[in-house]
Design a protein around this ligand. Structure first.
Ligand SMILES: [Zn+2]
Length: 472
Protein backbone atom coordinates (compact mmCIF):
# COMPACT_ATOMS: atom_id res chain seq x y z
CA UNK A 1 0.00 0.00 0.00
CA UNK A 2 1.31 3.39 -1.00
CA UNK A 3 0.88 6.05 1.70
CA UNK A 4 2.60 8.92 -0.05
CA UNK A 5 0.79 12.15 0.69
CA UNK A 6 -0.41 14.16 -2.32
CA UNK A 7 2.45 16.60 -1.63
CA UNK A 8 5.03 13.84 -1.67
CA UNK A 9 3.50 12.39 -4.82
CA UNK A 10 3.96 15.70 -6.69
CA UNK A 11 7.36 16.33 -5.02
CA UNK A 12 6.03 19.44 -3.32
CA UNK A 13 5.56 21.18 -6.66
CA UNK A 14 2.16 22.60 -5.62
CA UNK A 15 -0.25 22.42 -2.72
CA UNK A 16 -2.65 19.46 -2.48
CA UNK A 17 -6.06 19.74 -4.05
CA UNK A 18 -9.09 19.19 -1.86
CA UNK A 19 -10.11 16.03 -3.71
CA UNK A 20 -6.61 14.58 -3.15
CA UNK A 21 -6.82 15.23 0.59
CA UNK A 22 -10.29 13.69 0.80
CA UNK A 23 -9.07 10.61 -1.09
CA UNK A 24 -5.93 10.28 1.01
CA UNK A 25 -7.98 10.23 4.22
CA UNK A 26 -10.19 7.46 2.77
CA UNK A 27 -7.13 5.42 1.83
CA UNK A 28 -5.60 5.81 5.30
CA UNK A 29 -8.82 4.70 6.95
CA UNK A 30 -9.39 1.79 4.58
CA UNK A 31 -6.09 0.27 5.61
CA UNK A 32 -6.47 0.70 9.37
CA UNK A 33 -8.85 -0.83 11.90
CA UNK A 34 -8.11 2.16 14.15
CA UNK A 35 -9.61 4.83 11.93
CA UNK A 36 -12.90 5.78 10.33
CA UNK A 37 -13.21 8.36 7.61
CA UNK A 38 -16.46 10.33 7.83
CA UNK A 39 -17.89 13.28 5.90
CA UNK A 40 -18.92 15.98 8.38
CA UNK A 41 -20.43 18.33 5.80
CA UNK A 42 -20.01 19.90 2.38
CA UNK A 43 -18.58 23.17 1.12
CA UNK A 44 -20.59 25.80 -0.77
CA UNK A 45 -19.68 24.05 -4.04
CA UNK A 46 -20.39 20.60 -2.64
CA UNK A 47 -16.88 19.34 -1.84
CA UNK A 48 -16.88 16.91 1.10
CA UNK A 49 -15.28 18.03 4.38
CA UNK A 50 -13.81 14.86 5.81
CA UNK A 51 -12.73 13.89 9.29
CA UNK A 52 -10.55 10.96 10.24
CA UNK A 53 -11.53 9.49 13.59
CA UNK A 54 -8.52 7.72 15.07
CA UNK A 55 -8.98 5.59 18.16
CA UNK A 56 -7.59 2.38 19.57
CA UNK A 57 -9.75 -0.19 21.33
CA UNK A 58 -9.29 -0.21 25.07
CA UNK A 59 -11.14 0.43 28.28
CA UNK A 60 -9.40 3.38 29.83
CA UNK A 61 -10.92 6.76 29.05
CA UNK A 62 -8.74 8.98 26.89
CA UNK A 63 -9.01 12.67 26.09
CA UNK A 64 -10.20 13.38 22.59
CA UNK A 65 -8.15 15.86 20.59
CA UNK A 66 -9.54 17.56 17.48
CA UNK A 67 -7.03 18.95 14.96
CA UNK A 68 -8.40 21.40 12.39
CA UNK A 69 -6.44 22.72 9.41
CA UNK A 70 -6.72 25.25 6.60
CA UNK A 71 -9.68 27.30 7.77
CA UNK A 72 -8.13 29.95 5.55
CA UNK A 73 -7.98 27.76 2.47
CA UNK A 74 -5.27 28.09 -0.14
CA UNK A 75 -3.81 31.16 1.58
CA UNK A 76 -2.79 29.03 4.58
CA UNK A 77 -2.56 25.48 3.28
CA UNK A 78 0.33 24.14 5.39
CA UNK A 79 -1.85 23.16 8.36
CA UNK A 80 -3.91 20.85 6.18
CA UNK A 81 -0.82 19.33 4.57
CA UNK A 82 0.72 18.77 8.00
CA UNK A 83 -2.38 17.17 9.48
CA UNK A 84 -2.56 14.45 6.86
CA UNK A 85 1.09 13.63 7.60
CA UNK A 86 0.22 13.54 11.30
CA UNK A 87 -2.74 11.24 10.59
CA UNK A 88 -0.47 8.88 8.68
CA UNK A 89 2.06 8.90 11.54
CA UNK A 90 -0.69 8.15 14.09
CA UNK A 91 -2.04 5.17 12.13
CA UNK A 92 1.01 3.80 10.37
CA UNK A 93 4.11 5.63 11.62
CA UNK A 94 6.06 6.74 14.62
CA UNK A 95 3.14 8.42 16.45
CA UNK A 96 1.21 5.15 16.84
CA UNK A 97 1.96 4.98 20.55
CA UNK A 98 0.01 8.22 21.11
CA UNK A 99 -3.26 6.42 20.39
CA UNK A 100 -2.78 4.59 23.71
CA UNK A 101 -3.25 7.98 25.37
CA UNK A 102 -5.45 10.06 23.06
CA UNK A 103 -8.34 9.69 20.63
CA UNK A 104 -7.65 12.02 17.71
CA UNK A 105 -10.11 13.57 15.27
CA UNK A 106 -8.29 15.03 12.26
CA UNK A 107 -10.08 17.56 10.02
CA UNK A 108 -7.28 18.76 7.75
CA UNK A 109 -9.22 20.68 5.13
CA UNK A 110 -12.01 22.73 6.67
CA UNK A 111 -12.34 25.09 3.68
CA UNK A 112 -12.05 22.98 0.49
CA UNK A 113 -13.26 25.64 -1.95
CA UNK A 114 -10.86 28.22 -0.50
CA UNK A 115 -7.98 25.78 -0.98
CA UNK A 116 -8.87 25.06 -4.58
CA UNK A 117 -9.47 28.78 -5.34
CA UNK A 118 -6.16 29.84 -3.71
CA UNK A 119 -8.24 32.05 -1.41
CA UNK A 120 -8.47 32.52 2.36
CA UNK A 121 -12.26 32.70 2.10
CA UNK A 122 -14.92 30.20 1.07
CA UNK A 123 -16.79 30.31 -2.25
CA UNK A 124 -19.20 32.92 -0.83
CA UNK A 125 -16.20 35.17 0.01
CA UNK A 126 -16.76 34.73 3.74
CA UNK A 127 -13.90 34.55 6.26
CA UNK A 128 -14.96 31.32 7.97
CA UNK A 129 -12.99 32.05 11.11
CA UNK A 130 -15.29 35.01 11.80
CA UNK A 131 -18.52 33.08 11.19
CA UNK A 132 -19.02 31.10 14.39
CA UNK A 133 -21.67 33.46 15.82
CA UNK A 134 -23.79 33.65 12.69
CA UNK A 135 -22.96 30.16 11.35
CA UNK A 136 -24.04 31.49 7.98
CA UNK A 137 -21.88 29.14 5.90
CA UNK A 138 -22.03 25.37 5.35
CA UNK A 139 -18.35 24.95 6.25
CA UNK A 140 -18.60 26.69 9.64
CA UNK A 141 -21.83 24.83 10.39
CA UNK A 142 -20.11 21.53 9.61
CA UNK A 143 -17.18 22.32 11.92
CA UNK A 144 -19.47 23.56 14.66
CA UNK A 145 -21.62 20.43 14.43
CA UNK A 146 -18.50 18.24 14.48
CA UNK A 147 -17.40 19.84 17.77
CA UNK A 148 -20.86 19.20 19.21
CA UNK A 149 -20.96 15.65 17.92
CA UNK A 150 -17.47 14.48 18.88
CA UNK A 151 -17.15 16.64 22.01
CA UNK A 152 -13.36 17.00 21.96
CA UNK A 153 -11.57 17.77 25.22
CA UNK A 154 -8.90 19.66 23.30
CA UNK A 155 -8.99 21.51 19.97
CA UNK A 156 -6.18 22.94 17.82
CA UNK A 157 -6.91 25.31 14.93
CA UNK A 158 -3.83 25.47 12.67
CA UNK A 159 -3.15 28.64 10.64
CA UNK A 160 -0.28 30.41 8.90
CA UNK A 161 0.55 34.10 9.12
CA UNK A 162 2.29 36.25 6.52
CA UNK A 163 5.41 37.99 7.83
CA UNK A 164 4.94 40.72 5.22
CA UNK A 165 1.77 42.77 5.68
CA UNK A 166 1.99 44.49 2.34
CA UNK A 167 -0.64 47.16 2.96
CA UNK A 168 0.30 48.09 6.53
CA UNK A 169 3.53 47.24 8.39
CA UNK A 170 5.26 46.51 5.07
CA UNK A 171 4.72 50.13 3.99
CA UNK A 172 6.68 51.25 7.06
CA UNK A 173 9.49 48.98 5.90
CA UNK A 174 9.23 46.06 8.34
CA UNK A 175 8.34 42.37 8.56
CA UNK A 176 7.17 40.53 11.66
CA UNK A 177 9.72 38.11 13.05
CA UNK A 178 8.52 34.88 14.63
CA UNK A 179 8.30 31.25 13.54
CA UNK A 180 5.34 29.95 15.56
CA UNK A 181 2.68 31.51 17.74
CA UNK A 182 0.13 29.80 19.98
CA UNK A 183 -2.93 31.35 21.53
CA UNK A 184 -5.53 29.92 23.86
CA UNK A 185 -9.27 30.48 24.10
CA UNK A 186 -9.69 33.71 26.05
CA UNK A 187 -13.39 34.53 26.04
CA UNK A 188 -14.14 35.73 29.59
CA UNK A 189 -17.34 33.63 29.85
CA UNK A 190 -15.39 30.37 29.70
CA UNK A 191 -15.09 28.39 32.93
CA UNK A 192 -12.27 29.93 34.98
CA UNK A 193 -10.50 26.67 35.82
CA UNK A 194 -10.33 25.59 32.20
CA UNK A 195 -9.22 28.99 31.00
CA UNK A 196 -6.45 29.15 33.57
CA UNK A 197 -5.26 25.58 33.00
CA UNK A 198 -5.18 26.19 29.26
CA UNK A 199 -3.26 29.43 29.60
CA UNK A 200 -0.98 28.82 32.57
CA UNK A 201 -0.11 25.14 32.06
CA UNK A 202 -0.74 23.91 28.52
CA UNK A 203 0.01 27.09 26.57
CA UNK A 204 3.22 27.76 28.49
CA UNK A 205 4.39 24.20 27.99
CA UNK A 206 3.57 24.22 24.27
CA UNK A 207 5.51 27.40 23.65
CA UNK A 208 8.49 26.31 25.74
CA UNK A 209 8.72 22.91 24.05
CA UNK A 210 8.38 24.19 20.49
CA UNK A 211 10.92 26.89 21.25
CA UNK A 212 13.43 24.48 22.80
CA UNK A 213 12.95 22.25 19.75
CA UNK A 214 14.54 25.00 17.68
CA UNK A 215 11.52 26.80 16.25
CA UNK A 216 11.16 30.26 17.79
CA UNK A 217 7.71 30.25 19.43
CA UNK A 218 5.77 32.83 21.40
CA UNK A 219 2.30 33.66 22.66
CA UNK A 220 0.16 34.93 19.81
CA UNK A 221 0.16 38.69 19.38
CA UNK A 222 -2.64 40.16 17.34
CA UNK A 223 -1.45 41.30 13.92
CA UNK A 224 1.10 44.08 14.05
CA UNK A 225 -0.04 46.58 11.45
CA UNK A 226 1.87 49.63 12.68
CA UNK A 227 4.93 50.33 14.81
CA UNK A 228 2.77 52.75 16.81
CA UNK A 229 0.04 50.36 17.80
CA UNK A 230 -0.53 48.73 21.18
CA UNK A 231 0.10 44.99 21.56
CA UNK A 232 -2.76 42.68 22.49
CA UNK A 233 -3.40 38.96 22.44
CA UNK A 234 -6.05 37.49 20.12
CA UNK A 235 -9.72 38.47 19.81
CA UNK A 236 -12.11 37.31 22.51
CA UNK A 237 -15.39 36.70 20.71
CA UNK A 238 -16.88 33.35 19.77
CA UNK A 239 -17.02 34.33 16.10
CA UNK A 240 -13.55 32.75 16.06
CA UNK A 241 -13.43 28.96 15.98
CA UNK A 242 -10.90 28.80 18.84
CA UNK A 243 -13.28 30.54 21.24
CA UNK A 244 -16.39 28.84 19.89
CA UNK A 245 -14.92 25.37 20.45
CA UNK A 246 -14.04 26.44 23.99
CA UNK A 247 -17.59 27.69 24.62
CA UNK A 248 -18.68 24.20 23.60
CA UNK A 249 -16.45 22.72 26.31
CA UNK A 250 -12.97 22.16 24.83
CA UNK A 251 -9.55 23.42 25.87
CA UNK A 252 -8.88 25.25 22.66
CA UNK A 253 -5.77 26.60 20.94
CA UNK A 254 -4.67 28.52 17.88
CA UNK A 255 -1.43 27.85 16.03
CA UNK A 256 0.11 30.22 13.49
CA UNK A 257 3.33 29.48 11.69
CA UNK A 258 5.30 31.95 9.67
CA UNK A 259 4.70 32.48 5.99
CA UNK A 260 7.73 34.17 4.45
CA UNK A 261 7.58 36.85 1.73
CA UNK A 262 9.14 36.33 -1.67
CA UNK A 263 11.50 39.30 -1.45
CA UNK A 264 14.77 38.61 0.33
CA UNK A 265 16.45 35.38 1.27
CA UNK A 266 13.75 33.52 3.14
CA UNK A 267 13.40 29.77 3.09
CA UNK A 268 9.69 29.32 2.86
CA UNK A 269 8.06 31.57 0.30
CA UNK A 270 5.82 29.21 -1.64
CA UNK A 271 8.01 26.46 -0.23
CA UNK A 272 5.24 24.24 0.98
CA UNK A 273 7.71 21.59 2.19
CA UNK A 274 9.34 23.96 4.69
CA UNK A 275 6.02 25.42 5.80
CA UNK A 276 4.47 22.00 6.28
CA UNK A 277 7.55 20.91 8.22
CA UNK A 278 7.07 23.76 10.73
CA UNK A 279 3.43 22.80 11.21
CA UNK A 280 4.29 19.13 11.68
CA UNK A 281 6.87 20.06 14.30
CA UNK A 282 4.32 22.13 16.24
CA UNK A 283 1.50 19.58 16.02
CA UNK A 284 3.79 16.76 17.18
CA UNK A 285 4.69 18.77 20.27
CA UNK A 286 1.01 19.58 20.76
CA UNK A 287 -0.03 15.92 20.75
CA UNK A 288 2.83 14.91 23.04
CA UNK A 289 1.95 17.62 25.56
CA UNK A 290 -1.71 16.55 25.57
CA UNK A 291 -0.79 12.87 25.94
CA UNK A 292 1.49 13.65 28.88
CA UNK A 293 -1.29 15.68 30.53
CA UNK A 294 -4.10 13.24 29.64
CA UNK A 295 -5.20 12.55 33.23
CA UNK A 296 -5.37 16.22 34.16
CA UNK A 297 -7.29 17.01 30.99
CA UNK A 298 -9.83 14.27 31.75
CA UNK A 299 -10.15 15.70 35.26
CA UNK A 300 -11.27 19.03 33.80
CA UNK A 301 -14.29 17.52 32.04
CA UNK A 302 -16.49 18.33 35.02
CA UNK A 303 -15.55 22.00 34.63
CA UNK A 304 -17.42 22.29 31.36
CA UNK A 305 -20.73 21.58 33.13
CA UNK A 306 -23.65 23.78 32.06
CA UNK A 307 -24.10 27.23 33.54
CA UNK A 308 -26.48 27.33 36.50
CA UNK A 309 -29.05 30.03 37.12
CA UNK A 310 -27.69 32.77 39.35
CA UNK A 311 -24.09 32.25 38.21
CA UNK A 312 -22.26 35.45 37.32
CA UNK A 313 -20.97 35.46 33.76
CA UNK A 314 -18.56 38.01 32.34
CA UNK A 315 -19.55 38.40 28.71
CA UNK A 316 -17.22 41.12 27.51
CA UNK A 317 -13.82 42.59 28.20
CA UNK A 318 -11.27 44.82 26.55
CA UNK A 319 -7.51 44.95 26.33
CA UNK A 320 -5.94 47.68 28.45
CA UNK A 321 -2.44 48.78 29.44
CA UNK A 322 -0.74 46.26 31.74
CA UNK A 323 0.45 49.18 33.84
CA UNK A 324 0.75 52.91 33.36
CA UNK A 325 3.18 53.39 30.48
CA UNK A 326 4.02 49.66 30.22
CA UNK A 327 5.90 48.62 27.09
CA UNK A 328 6.94 45.31 25.60
CA UNK A 329 9.83 44.79 23.24
CA UNK A 330 9.17 42.97 19.95
CA UNK A 331 11.77 42.40 17.24
CA UNK A 332 10.89 43.37 13.67
CA UNK A 333 12.99 42.86 10.56
CA UNK A 334 13.86 45.65 8.14
CA UNK A 335 12.80 44.71 4.65
CA UNK A 336 15.66 46.57 2.92
CA UNK A 337 18.65 45.38 4.97
CA UNK A 338 17.27 42.30 6.72
CA UNK A 339 18.48 43.77 10.01
CA UNK A 340 16.55 42.96 13.22
CA UNK A 341 15.33 46.04 15.08
CA UNK A 342 13.86 45.96 18.61
CA UNK A 343 10.73 48.04 19.10
CA UNK A 344 9.07 49.01 22.36
CA UNK A 345 5.34 48.69 21.85
CA UNK A 346 2.69 49.86 24.28
CA UNK A 347 1.78 46.71 26.23
CA UNK A 348 -2.01 46.24 26.27
CA UNK A 349 -2.01 42.50 26.82
CA UNK A 350 -4.22 42.78 29.91
CA UNK A 351 -7.94 41.98 29.73
CA UNK A 352 -10.14 44.32 31.76
CA UNK A 353 -13.38 42.47 32.46
CA UNK A 354 -16.70 44.23 32.13
CA UNK A 355 -19.52 43.91 34.67
CA UNK A 356 -20.99 40.40 34.82
CA UNK A 357 -24.52 39.35 33.96
CA UNK A 358 -26.47 37.02 36.25
CA UNK A 359 -27.34 33.86 34.32
CA UNK A 360 -31.12 33.35 34.16
CA UNK A 361 -32.97 30.02 34.20
CA UNK A 362 -33.89 30.48 30.57
CA UNK A 363 -34.31 32.99 27.78
CA UNK A 364 -37.76 33.70 26.36
CA UNK A 365 -38.39 34.82 22.80
CA UNK A 366 -41.98 35.97 22.21
CA UNK A 367 -41.32 37.82 18.91
CA UNK A 368 -39.21 37.24 15.78
CA UNK A 369 -39.50 33.56 16.54
CA UNK A 370 -38.71 32.23 13.05
CA UNK A 371 -35.41 34.13 12.80
CA UNK A 372 -34.40 33.20 16.31
CA UNK A 373 -35.46 29.56 15.94
CA UNK A 374 -33.23 29.25 12.90
CA UNK A 375 -30.29 30.60 14.91
CA UNK A 376 -30.97 28.15 17.75
CA UNK A 377 -31.07 25.23 15.35
CA UNK A 378 -27.75 26.23 13.78
CA UNK A 379 -26.13 26.35 17.19
CA UNK A 380 -27.67 23.11 18.41
CA UNK A 381 -29.34 24.93 21.31
CA UNK A 382 -32.41 23.07 22.59
CA UNK A 383 -35.65 24.97 23.10
CA UNK A 384 -39.34 24.35 23.61
CA UNK A 385 -42.52 26.43 23.32
CA UNK A 386 -44.83 27.76 26.02
CA UNK A 387 -47.99 25.69 25.50
CA UNK A 388 -50.25 28.46 26.80
CA UNK A 389 -49.96 32.09 27.85
CA UNK A 390 -47.93 32.08 31.07
CA UNK A 391 -47.22 34.73 33.69
CA UNK A 392 -43.52 34.77 34.51
CA UNK A 393 -40.95 36.83 36.38
CA UNK A 394 -38.61 38.24 33.73
CA UNK A 395 -35.96 40.87 33.12
CA UNK A 396 -36.87 43.06 30.18
CA UNK A 397 -34.19 45.06 28.40
CA UNK A 398 -35.34 48.27 26.78
CA UNK A 399 -33.44 49.28 23.67
CA UNK A 400 -32.40 52.92 24.07
CA UNK A 401 -30.14 53.42 21.10
CA UNK A 402 -28.97 51.28 18.19
CA UNK A 403 -25.55 52.23 16.87
CA UNK A 404 -24.43 51.76 13.31
CA UNK A 405 -21.97 48.93 13.78
CA UNK A 406 -19.52 47.14 16.03
CA UNK A 407 -19.69 44.76 18.96
CA UNK A 408 -21.33 47.20 21.36
CA UNK A 409 -24.03 47.95 18.86
CA UNK A 410 -26.72 49.11 21.22
CA UNK A 411 -27.51 50.60 24.58
CA UNK A 412 -30.20 49.08 26.76
CA UNK A 413 -31.68 49.60 30.22
CA UNK A 414 -33.14 46.68 32.14
CA UNK A 415 -35.97 46.18 34.60
CA UNK A 416 -37.41 43.17 36.39
CA UNK A 417 -41.15 42.69 35.94
CA UNK A 418 -43.92 40.13 35.99
CA UNK A 419 -45.26 39.61 32.51
CA UNK A 420 -47.62 37.40 30.60
CA UNK A 421 -45.72 35.63 27.84
CA UNK A 422 -47.91 34.52 24.93
CA UNK A 423 -48.48 30.92 23.94
CA UNK A 424 -45.85 29.80 21.43
CA UNK A 425 -43.03 31.80 23.07
CA UNK A 426 -39.67 30.07 22.52
CA UNK A 427 -38.05 29.02 25.79
CA UNK A 428 -34.31 28.25 25.86
CA UNK A 429 -33.21 26.72 29.19
CA UNK A 430 -29.59 27.29 30.25
CA UNK A 431 -29.40 23.82 31.81
CA UNK A 432 -28.31 22.06 28.61
CA UNK A 433 -24.94 20.99 27.21
CA UNK A 434 -24.37 24.16 25.17
CA UNK A 435 -26.27 26.45 27.56
CA UNK A 436 -23.27 28.73 27.97
CA UNK A 437 -23.83 29.88 24.40
CA UNK A 438 -27.22 31.46 25.12
CA UNK A 439 -26.03 34.46 27.18
CA UNK A 440 -23.07 34.91 24.83
CA UNK A 441 -25.42 35.17 21.85
CA UNK A 442 -28.42 36.97 23.35
CA UNK A 443 -27.14 39.43 25.93
CA UNK A 444 -26.69 42.84 24.32
CA UNK A 445 -23.63 43.49 26.52
CA UNK A 446 -21.86 40.35 25.25
CA UNK A 447 -18.92 40.91 22.93
CA UNK A 448 -20.33 38.03 20.84
CA UNK A 449 -23.95 39.23 20.76
CA UNK A 450 -25.93 38.45 17.62
CA UNK A 451 -27.33 41.97 17.90
CA UNK A 452 -24.05 43.39 16.62
CA UNK A 453 -24.86 41.85 13.20
CA UNK A 454 -27.21 43.63 10.75
CA UNK A 455 -29.46 40.57 10.31
CA UNK A 456 -30.37 40.69 14.03
CA UNK A 457 -29.87 44.38 14.71
CA UNK A 458 -32.69 45.15 12.31
CA UNK A 459 -35.06 43.35 14.70
CA UNK A 460 -34.47 46.11 17.25
CA UNK A 461 -36.17 49.43 17.60
CA UNK A 462 -35.27 52.20 20.05
CA UNK A 463 -37.97 52.54 22.70
CA UNK A 464 -39.04 48.90 22.37
CA UNK A 465 -37.89 45.94 24.44
CA UNK A 466 -35.28 43.48 23.20
CA UNK A 467 -37.11 40.44 21.77
CA UNK A 468 -35.20 38.17 24.19
CA UNK A 469 -36.17 38.17 27.88
CA UNK A 470 -34.39 36.62 30.83
CA UNK A 471 -36.58 34.29 32.87
CA UNK A 472 -35.43 34.70 36.48
ZN1 LIG B 1 -5.67 32.00 9.26
Amino acid sequence: MNFRTPLEACRHARISQSSEIADFLSVLAADSHEADCVTIGYSVRGAPIRALLCRRDGNSPRPRVMLVGSHHGGSEPAGGEALIEIARALLHGDLRELLDHLDVVVIPNSNPDGRDDDSSRNANSVNLNRDYVLLSQPESRALNAAVQRYRPDVVLDAHESAALKRKSLGRAGYLTEFQAQFDVANNPALPTGMRRYGEEVLLEELIARVDSGGLHAQRYIREILSIDQALTYGGITIKRFRNKAAALGALSFLLETRLDPKDGQYPSFRNIAVRTGKQVQCVRVFLNVMAARADEILGLRAESAPVTAGELMVLSAEYVARAEGATHCVPLRRIDTGEIVQFDFRDHRQLALHAPVTAPHAYLVPRHKIVMRDLLLRHGLHFDYLQKATTLRVVEQMVEQVFADGALALRTSERARTMQMPAGTLRIPLAQPCGRLAPLLFEPASSSTVFSYPAYRRLLCPGEPLPVYREV
